[in-house]
Design a protein around this ligand. Structure first.
Ligand code: MV4
Length: 446
């Protein structure tokens, strides 16, 4: 096991990683920007190093500064958390060159699964279901038109280097396909430095179901079942739950096994999430792979009992996964509400500022992953998530009742948060039935 780890992140995930380190007997070194200098979680680290001013470019995503801090603190490894440098294959390669273990996949596995065209190719070989579409990147317009007429409109153009909904265009006919192809490729080149685009069948009504996987450096890969993350707005998830409600067991198992196969085929080590869209007939189609620990990992931890952050550290140190697939079982139901410092009444405008009232919920089955304490000031420079309320119960119904109870106990002020919106959702008949699609929240907010 590592002696000392540098945490190249901030906020609740930095605290989550500190906690995993402490339990593993590993020293944790935090880095922080001047905007986070008073963050209370820094006192829980064994050491904290200032890496620069508030803008992430000059601190949390500044590779020379992160590497300098790692050298000064003499760490064995760097945990990137999510966001920031977590999915940068160039950073993973620099860590390797500096003989610092990157806690995550190899740069090769990250590049392979991070590029969507490459990822689809690998998925197809591993018999993971994908949308019908172009084989690889589009080389010329006529080829795209031919593929589209074969699979039928609507089709969607995606950037191979894109992600999280960036650089996508839906086309309903040949004329718009032709026009959009050129625009999409130019935009992709400008935004990602890679103009490669591909097309696939566009699915209108869908649920977002993703499979949590873990791989080690000994060729083992397992899945920890799925999460439903359909309740989102502008590609920002608001609620995640596990298992996915109302999903046929056989189809679910086949998809989860396919996801684990993909991770194994890619010789992937660490935590990975394979994203799918699920149609009304519960057919699954892979979208992309997230090569990091995700925000919503706790719901999977609650239903499986597996500590995903600890596992990410364990496998990076070269240990084999201490679980076989048959050891993994679903226990009950878990749900996570993202608590953002935003005003849902004002188009989710971020609300930075001092939190003078902070009364967290508690009691059976309640977990709160947050770095916030009374008197904490939310800086305006980073994302607005200030915590995640996760609850676990025997079934979905009791889970929602428990969430409603916990939300009622949770008192945050004077800044606005997403708590009242979550309370409304816990009482919404469509949400309670389960199986809402990816457009549900935006429809509700209209
Ligand atoms: C799609 C799709 C429909 N059909 N692909 C958006 C984010 C990126 N990961 C992929 N996305 C989509 N890909 C096909 N072939 C619809 C979306 C999509 C979406 C997916 C998941 C969660 C929310 C979404 C919101 C709008 C569009």
């Amino acid at each position: 096991m590592f002696r000392r780890i540098l945490i190249a992140n901030r906020g609740e995930i930095a605290l989550r990683i500190i906690r995993a380190c402490r339990e593993l007997g590993v020293e944790a070194v935090c880095v922080y920007s001047t905007a986070d200098k008073d963050a209370p979680y820094l006192k829980l680290a064994d050491r904290a190093i200032c890496i620069g001013p508030a803008p992430a470019r000059e601190s949390y995503i500044n590779i020379p500064k992160i590497i300098a801090a790692a050298e000064i603190a003499d760490v064995d490894a760097i945990h990137p958390g999510y966001g920031f440098l977590s999915e940068r294959a160039d950073f993973a390669q620099i860590c390797r060159d500096c003989k610092i273990e990157f806690i995550g996949p190899s740069p090769e596995a990250m590049a392979k699964l991070g590029d969507k065209v490459e990822c689809k190719r690998t998925a197809k070989a591993a018999k993971v279901p994908i949308f019908p579409g172009s084989e690889g990147a589009i080389e010329d317009e006529e080829e795209a038109v031919k593929v589209a007429s074969e699979i039928g409109y609507p089709v969607i153009i995606k950037a191979s280097a894109g992600g999280g909904g960036r650089g996508m265009k839906v086309c309903h006919n040949e004329a718009t396909l032709r026009t959009n192809l050129r625009i999409a490729s130019q935009e992709a080149l400008a935004a990602f430095g890679n103009g490669a685009v591909f097309i696939e069948k566009f699915l209108e009504h869908a649920r977002h179901v993703e499979v949590q996987c873990l791989g080690d450096k000994h060729g083992h890969a397992i899945h920890l079942f799925e999460r439903d993350c359909s309740t989102q707005r502008r590609h920002q998830k608001l609620i995640e739950e596990a298992p996915g409600p109302l999903i046929d067991r056989k189809k679910r198992d086949a998809t989860c096994e396919a996801a684990a196969r993909l991770i194994k085929t890619a010789e992937y080590s660490g935590a990975a999430t394979v994203e799918f869209l699920m149609d009304e007939k519960q057919n699954f189609y892979m979208l992309e792979v997230n090569t990091r620990v995700q925000v919503e990992h706790p719901v999977t931890e609650m239903i499986t009992g597996v500590d995903i952050v600890k596992m990410s550290i364990l496998v990076a140190s070269g240990e084999p996964l201490p679980y076989k697939q048959k050891d993994i079982e679903i226990r009950g139901h878990a749900m996570e509400c993202r608590i953002n410092a935003e005003d849902p009444e004002k188009n989710f405008m971020p609300c930075a500022g001092r939190i003078t009232t902070f009364e967290p919920p508690g009691g059976p089955g309640v977990r709160l992953d947050t770095h916030v304490v009374t008197g904490y000031t939310v800086p305006p420079n980073y994302d607005s998530m200030i915590g995640k309320l996760i609850v676990h119960a025997d079934d979905r119904e009791q889970c929602m009742n428990r969430m409603a109870r916990a939300l009622r106990e949770f008192n945050v002020g004077p800044i606005k948060t997403t708590i009242p919106l979550h309370q409304r959702l816990m009482e919404n008949a469509d949400f309670r039935k389960g199986g809402v699609d990816i457009h549900y929240l935006e429809r509700l907010l209209k």
